[in-house]
Write a protein that binds this ligand. Structure first.
Ligand code: SAH
Length: 370
């Protein structure tokens, strides 16, 4: 696992990593208060870090952003129209979920691998479960039986793989939301078939306007759906709103790299690459891990921790491409429709993005105050 960064929640205007694990060299334990800029001068996020340049180099992902969910970043890349975006997402998953399930099973997320380990194709489904377990461990949920969740929301649930897994593991109830009617229906059918019909339920609903009252869930789980959200501020606000006091939020999502202190934005080449990916996967503009941390802080969330797991997911896309190139994969993709074909053709771009250090696979966890 890459370095963990912990943040205090005391101020909205600064990111203060406050990690207790200071003995490990890969973990950052101290951080100088970032310089605060007047955000009205620019809508672009400026990123600041320690004045100690050696530490700054070590702290690739430990940076501070002064503008929360900067509109200029939101507008620079991605699909602009939110209704069009939602329809595109729903159609893409309606079209492609069946093939994915057929080849990969019921988890539509990256696997978690030890860096540089040799990977068997047969290991990938296990790696997807490992992703869930590692995320729970990262959020300290596996250590303490007192923290066992009893009510879970799965935001962007796919065909409900996480909901069912977590409901079984904890004996909890789970509610999943997705934009895709096909996914919601399939998720419910699988739950019924597994005897979980009374524990888990699924519906078509928007993560930006969740159909739940405040403070409902002691685990708010979002596994690889955040990248689809066109308004990150609203998204994080909803995650915080539906979390119960003392509840845990686990957000695992694609981010772009944090900007360095001297940068105003990503480079034109980087934006171009992300734009291509956005079009293929129906994504709006991306943000960085630091942007998310800032948003969590602005919602007064506590015990914020973040890590870059890009290395741990490296074998995933090559494996997906390999499976798409089998006869079964190839013919299924061709049969399923243009949106799926477009997404399949864009898969090498994800590998390129990771290799260039542009795309980051981030885990960010926190707790809602009691
Ligand atoms: N978390 C699942 C699926 C990830 S795929 C898993 O790990 O298997 C991304 C999911 O996010 C899809 O189910 C898609 O419908 C959902 N999604 C994207 N935007 C959404 C939105 N605005 N509201 C609700 N769900 C959304």
């Amino acid at each position: 696992m890459s370095g963990i960064t912990c943040y205090s929640t005391s101020t909205i205007q600064s990111l203060n990593p406050t990690c207790p694990h200071s003995s490990s060299s890969s973990i950052i334990s101290t951080f100088h208060r970032p310089q605060i800029h007047n955000i009205s001068q620019s809508t672009r996020p400026r990123i600041h870090s320690s004045s100690n340049s050696r530490r700054r180099r070590r702290m690739a992902s430990v940076t501070a952003v002064n503008a929360v969910s900067s509109p200029s970043v939101q507008a620079e890349v991605g699909i602009q129209n939110q209704q069009e975006l939602k329809k595109g997402i729903a159609d893409l998953y309606d079209e492609s979920s069946g093939i994915w399930e057929d080849i990969w099973g019921d988890h539509m997320h990256h696997g978690y691998y030890e860096p540089n380990s040799s990977v068997e194709l047969s290991d990938h489904r296990a790696a997807q479960i490992r992703m869930i377990e590692q995320a729970l461990k990262f959020a300290d949920l596996n250590e303490d039986p007192a923290k066992k969740p009893t009510s879970i929301v799965d935001v962007g649930c796919g065909i409900g793989g996480s909901s069912r897994y977590l409901a079984k593991k904890y004996g909890a109830t789970a509610k999943g939301i997705t934009l895709s009617p096909v996914q919601a229906e399939r998720a419910q059918a699988l739950a019924a078939a597994q005897g979980l019909g009374d524990k888990v339920s699924f519906q078509v609903a928007d993560a930006l306007n969740q159909p739940f009252p405040d403070g409902q869930f002691d685990l708010v789980w979002s596994m690889e759906s955040g990248e689809h959200m066109p308004d990150k501020e609203k998204f994080v606000g909803e995650l915080a709103r539906v979390a119960a006091p003392g509840g845990t939020i686990i957000l695992v999502t694609w981010c772009h790299r944090d900007l360095s202190p001297s940068e105003e934005s990503l480079t034109p080449e980087e934006k171009q690459l992300l734009n291509k990916i956005c079009k293929a996967f129906y994504l709006p503009a991306w943000c960085s891990t630091a942007d998310y941390v800032k948003l969590l802080q602005s919602n007064s969330l506590q015990d914020i921790k973040a890590a870059d797991w890009s290395e741990n997911v490296a074998p995933f896309w090559p494996a997906v491409i390999k499976s798409a190139l089998t006869w079964k994969g190839f013919t299924s993709v061709l049969r399923s429709g243009w949106k799926t074909i477009k997404a399949a053709l864009a898969m090498p771009l994800m590998i390129e993005g990771y290799k260039k250090g542009l795309i980051k696979f981030a885990i960010i966890t926190c707790r809602k105050p009691e």
